[in-house]
Design a binder for this molecule. Structure first.
Ligand code: GLU
Length: 270
């Protein structure tokens, strides 16, 4: 009998490490990147390194290099990149134009204060207020402050590989979110979808705090006609009081551990 070779998977696993170089990497990042790396290597995939450095006021090239040094110290390698979002503006611009042409986004001239005051419901836990939709049908704008995605009044569902089935209600769990700002360019939501789609990422591994953002991003995938990746949202690292590390100013930076002569942190497999 002829023994068959195992079939090569039709689509190769492609994952990514996507640090934001606006600060030192800390233990929370280390855990997420550990899982992203592990899942990719277990599947014989390719891992892309992408610096999410769009916020030019906060991101610094030396912090991107420091992140690479920290990743190597953790024993995590990558196969492609580094890519820098700041060098990919024309791609975001093209996709933004597509969203304008298809009517998925609209200009908004509300100030931050107006947005806060008119928000539909107190927004607990998630970073972006639920916008009341004041500018949805405004015929004229004196000054456009941003462009927002027109979020439908329906449920967005997805299967998270770590957290199980997820369900979010448009206009209740999240509202019309920002995709573009004049002068500044794309929001995180738009840039990350464009990059994950164009880099052919098949699985996104990131922190639990981004679950609602995944629901937003699924709407962008749909609007642009791209196939979304799979998602795996890892738990966040908290201190002994249950406070999220990223929220603390003294979050344990990996380089502090390294300078103290400690060994790289180890995480459990699951
Ligand atoms: N750059 C983001 C962060 O550092 C990660 C975004 C993502 O994984 O989609 O939190």
């Amino acid at each position: 009998m002829v023994r068959r070779c195992p079939k090569k998977p039709a689509v190769q696993y492609r994952g990514r490490l996507a640090p934001t170089p606006s600060g030192w990497l800390h233990l929370g990042h280390a855990q997420t990147f550990f899982h992203a790396h592990r899942r990719c290597r277990e599947r014989d995939g390719r891992l892309v390194l992408r610096h999410e450095d769009l916020d030019s006021a906060r991101c610094k090239p030396e912090l991107a290099l420091a992140a690479e040094e920290d990743l190597r110290w953790l024993g995590l390698d990558w196969d492609e990149g580094p890519y820098y979002q700041s060098e990919r503006m024309p791609l975001y611009e093209q996709h933004f134009q597509r969203l304008i042409e298809s009517g998925h986004v609209y200009p908004c001239s509300c100030s931050r204060k107006e947005v806060q005051e008119s928000q539909r419901a107190p927004n607990l836990g998630d970073e972006e207020p639920i916008y009341a939709g004041t500018c949805r049908n405004r015929p004229q704008h004196e000054a456009i402050r941003c462009w927002r995605f027109r979020v439908p009044d329906r449920t967005v569902t997805f299967q998270d590989l770590a957290q199980g089935p997820q369900q979010y209600q448009g206009q209740q769990d999240f509202g019309d979110f920002v995709v573009w700002r004049p002068q500044l360019g794309p929001s995180y939501q738009l840039a990350v979808v464009v990059d994950d789609a164009l880099m052919h990422i098949t699985e996104v591994v990131r922190g639990l705090d981004l679950l609602v953002s995944t629901a937003r991003q699924l709407l962008i995938y749909e609007a642009l006609g791209y196939q979304p990746p799979a998602f795996y949202h890892c738990p966040l690292v908290t201190d002994q009081h249950g406070v999220r590390l990223a929220k603390r100013h003294d979050a344990l930076a990996l380089r502090t551990l390294r300078e103290r002569g400690e060994n790289p942190p180890r995480f459990t497999e699951k």
